[in-house]
Ligand binder design. Structure first.
Ligand SMILES: O=C(O)CCC(=O)C(=O)O
Ligand SMILES: [Fe+2]
Length: 372
């Protein structure tokens, strides 16, 4: 109204007041709004009216161009003011509150772009669209037949099931060799020297299973065989020489247990927290054999003194089994040296998909694409 009536003093007063209100509201909204502040942004409303004062007129033009450098009208205005005798280039100074606002917006946009390229967002794409638990519970081939068929296709790569026929009544157990090369085993074992945490996975307890051994681990999700990785853990157990002279055979390196429930002396297994009740399958990949003791055992009684069968760890050998009490297991004492392995636990429940794995695979993709 004031503008239409050519009342520029009043126009300026109104516009200055509106500008202040806009900036104040914007600021409040940053603290209080639940959704983005989207009132539209009208740069011409910032201050393109400057009555009579050349310096103010240049400030208005500079401010507008600061926000929108390609605006035709303001570029023409600038050409006009440039031709005015009293105008010098140092008069084109944008208003400081607008400069500050733009600086903050630019910075936030850079930050968003950085986050988008460098962090993994766990959208449904990364969570793997298919096979929620309800689907899985339909008829699914047994763990072993699935693993064995996968291993067949892997046989060209040197992977072979060493105990395929083994324990015929035990459908959910498997031992296979050749999953990693000697070099890979060495590299992974070396990783322990650089990045291992004592008692990792065991609330920092240096010797969580037996005082006669030191325990170190590195923890690291993605689907395999219609299963989600739930947890991946590289661990080494080292015999403490001073504790191994008279070590009892009952002092197991890892006490007899089941991976998804709390095994009782009675043989009952309680599927309650703190057990990792969502774990459905377990696999341990071994990395070395230059140690004494440390056999993996499937047991029936809790002591580990008698056992159904055992697996001798060696580089590239993997033992896989369903995680319940049907596969109670333990590790015999490591009497000399260091025994390293990668424990992997799988779940049908995508809620427990291992977040770190998605992040790690994104990181590897970027590394391959040489973005980092
Ligand atoms: O290292 C092994 O052979 C087995 C370890 C194990 O059973 C576990 O970490 O739950
Ligand atoms: Fe276990």
């Amino acid at each position: 109204m004031a503008y239409k009536e050519n009342n520029f003093d009043l126009t300026i007063t109104h516009m200055e007041r509106s500008l202040k209100m806009f900036l104040d509201e914007y600021q409040n909204c940053r603290y209080l709004c639940e959704s983005p502040f989207d009132q539209g942004w009208f740069p011409d409303f910032v201050s393109s009216v400057a009555k009579g004062e050349t310096r103010k007129a240049c400030e208005a033009v500079a401010t507008f161009l600061h926000l929108n450098p390609n605006d035709e009208v303001q570029n023409r205005n600038k050409e006009f003011y440039d031709s005015v005798d009293e105008v010098t280039q140092d008069m084109y100074v944008p208003r400081k509150e607008v400069v500050a606002l733009k600086e903050r917006e630019d910075y936030e946009q850079q930050l968003m772009a950085f986050i988008e390229t460098n962090f993994a967002f766990l959208t449904d794409e990364l969570w793997h669209e298919d096979d929620p638990k309800s689907e899985i519970s339909k008829e699914v081939p047994s763990f072993r037949s699935r693993v064995v068929s996968q291993l067949k296709s892997l046989s060209e790569l040197g992977v072979k099931a060493v105990k395929g026929e083994w324990e015929k009544d035990k459908q959910d157990r498997l031992v296979a060799d050749g999953l990693t090369s000697t070099l890979e085993c060495m590299v992974l074992t070396e990783l322990i020297r650089f990045g291992a945490v004592e008692g990792d996975g065991y609330k920092g307890s240096y010797s969580p299973h037996t005082n006669a051994e030191a325990f170190q681990g590195i923890s690291l999700g993605r689907a395999g065989l219609q299963l989600y990785f739930a947890y991946t853990h590289l661990v080494c157990r080292t015999a403490k020489p001073e504790m191994n002279h008279n070590r009892s055979a009952l002092d197991l390196s890892h006490e007899v247990h089941a991976d998804n429930c709390i095994l009782q002396n009675s043989g009952e297994c309680l599927r309650v927290p703190p057990a990792y009740t969502y774990r459905d399958y377990s696999a341990i990949l071994y990395l070395n054999d230059d140690f004494e003791g440390g056999e993996f055992i499937f047991t029936q009684d809790m002591s580990g003194l008698t056992y159904e069968s055992s697996v001798n760890p060696q580089c590239g050998r993997l033992v896989g089994f369903s995680s319940g009490p049907e596969n109670s297991h333990g590790v015999l004492p490591v009497r000399k040296g260091t025994r390293c392995s990668i424990g992997m636990w799988f779940t049908h429940d995508r809620k427990h998909n291992e977040v770190e794995r998605s992040i790690a695979s994104l990181f590897l993709k970027q590394l391959n694409a040489k973005q980092i």
